[in-house]
Design a protein around this ligand. Structure first.
Ligand SMILES: Nc1ncnc2c1ncn2[C@@H]1O[C@H](COP(=O)(O)OP(=O)(O)OP(=O)(O)O)[C@@H](O)[C@H]1O
Ligand SMILES: [Mg+2]
Length: 285
C-alpha cells in the first residue's frame, strides 16, 4: 500500500470546526486515485496534509509503509507535488526554475529540456516566467513536480486553465505515468479526467468521504432505468420518457413500441457527474 489514511482529520488553527473530519482510504501502488468534491470541501487541504505542507493532523497516515510524521527529508525525493496554483520563481526563466528545483533532490532528476518538451513548452526561452501565460506556468509547475521521477505524484487540478489540446496532453501524461507504475493522487473537478483516468474516485463532502469506488461501478450502481423514446404521432415528433422500473410504465413502453412508428430509443446512462449529484445532492460548482 502506498498511502493508508485512518481517521485523518484537520482543523485550521483558530477555526472552531474541522475542515477534514475523518477520512479513511488506501491507495495501492500504481493506482490513480481521484479526489473529487465541491469547492471548499477540503481537497487541497487533504493534499497539503498528505504532503506534509500542513502539520498537525489527527489520525494516522502512512506513506510508503512508514508513518507520515516520522518521514525524513528523503520523503520529498519520492513524491511529486503539483499545487493548485503555479508556484515558480517569476523572475527566473523556465530552465532556471527547473534547474533550481532539481538541486533539492538527492536522486537522479529529469533534464529540464525533456520536461519542457514533454509539456509542449518552449526550450531556450530567455524571458522570465512572469512573461509566460497562465496555462504555460501551470504546465511548467506540472513539469517541476516530475523532476525527481516520483513514484507518488500529487496533482491538484492539473488541467485547470488548459486549452483542449493541452488538457489532452496532460491526460496522456498522467496515463503514461500510471502505466509506468506511478501512484497518483488526483484532485479534480473535471469529470472527464476523473472518469477516464481514475481507477477509483472518492467523493469528498463536508470533510468526509461520501462514496469511494471505481467510476464504472458507481455509474452501474446509479444506473437509472429511464428510456427515452422518440416516435411519430401523425406528422408530429413526440418525445416521451419511461421509467422501466415500474410495471405500468413498462407496459406503456411496450404498447408504444408495438403501435407507433419509433424513431429512436435511448436508455439514459448516468455520467460520473450525475452520480456525484445524486450522492451528494450538490453540484460540483
Ligand atoms: N489557511 C486557511 N485557514 C483557514 N481556513 C482555510 C485555509 N485554507 C482553506 N481553508 C478553508 O478550508 C476549507 C477547505 O478548503 P480547500 O482549499 O481544502 O478546499 P478545496 O476542496 O480544495 O476547494 P476548491 O475546489 O475550491 O479548490 C474551506 O472552507 C476554506 O475556506
Ligand atoms: Mg482546492
Amino acid at each position: 500500500m502506498i498511502i493508508e489514511a485512518e481517521g485523518l482529520g484537520y482543523t485550521y488553527p483558530g477555526q472552531p470546526d474541522p475542515v477534514i473530519r475523518s477520512l479513511d482510504f488506501q491507495i495501492e501502488a500504481g493506482e490513480v486515485f481521484g479526489f473529487l468534491g465541491p469547492n471548499g470541501s477540503g481537497k487541497t487541504t487533504t493534499q497539503k496534509l498528505l504532503t506534509r505542507i500542513l502539520p498537525g493532523y489527527r489520525g494516522k497516515v502512512s506513506i510508503f509503509g512508514q508513518d507520515l510524521r516520522g518521514q525524513s527529508a528523503a520523503f520529498y525525493n519520492r513524491v511529486g507535488v503539483c499545487f493548485e496554483f503555479p508556484n515558480l520563481y517569476e523572475k527566473l526563466t523556465a530552465e532556471e526554475n527547473l534547474g533550481f528545483y532539481a538541486e533539492f533532490f538527492d536522486v537522479a532528476t529529469e533534464e529540464p529540456r525533456n520536461v519542457l518538451e514533454r509539456l509542449d513548452l518552449p526550450v531556450g526561452d530567455r524571458r522570465p516566467v512572469s512573461k509566460w501565460s497562465k496555462g504555460m506556468k501551470m504546465r511548467l509547475s506540472l513539469g517541476r513536480s516530475l523532476l525527481n521521477r516520483p513514484p507518488l505524484w500529487f496533482l491538484d487540478e492539473p488541467t485547470t486553465g488548459q486549452d483542449p489540446a493541452h488538457a489532452v496532453l496532460i491526460r496522456q501524461l498522467i496515463r503514461e505515468k500510471a502505466e509506468l507504475g506511478t501512484s497518483i493522487f488526483l484532485t479534480t473537478h473535471n469529470m472527464t479526467v476523473a472518469d477516464e483516468l481514475c481507477d477509483r474516485v472518492a467523493f469528498l463532502v463536508d470533510g468526509e468521504i461520501r462514496v469511494l469506488d471505481a467510476p464504472r461501478d458507481l455509474k452501474l450502481a446509479h444506473r437509472s432505468q429511464l428510456a427515452r423514446v422518440e416516435y411519430r404521432n401523425d406528422s408530429e415528433r413526440v418525445t416521451r420518457d419511461f421509467d422501466l422500473a415500474t410495471q405500468a410504465e413498462k407496459n406503456a413502453f411496450a404498447e408504444l413500441v408495438r403501435t407507433r412508428e419509433i424513431e429512436t430509443i435511448h436508455t439514459q446512462e448516468p455520467t460520473l457527474e450525475d452520480v456525484f449529484l445524486r450522492v451528494t445532492g450538490r453540484d460540483l460548482a
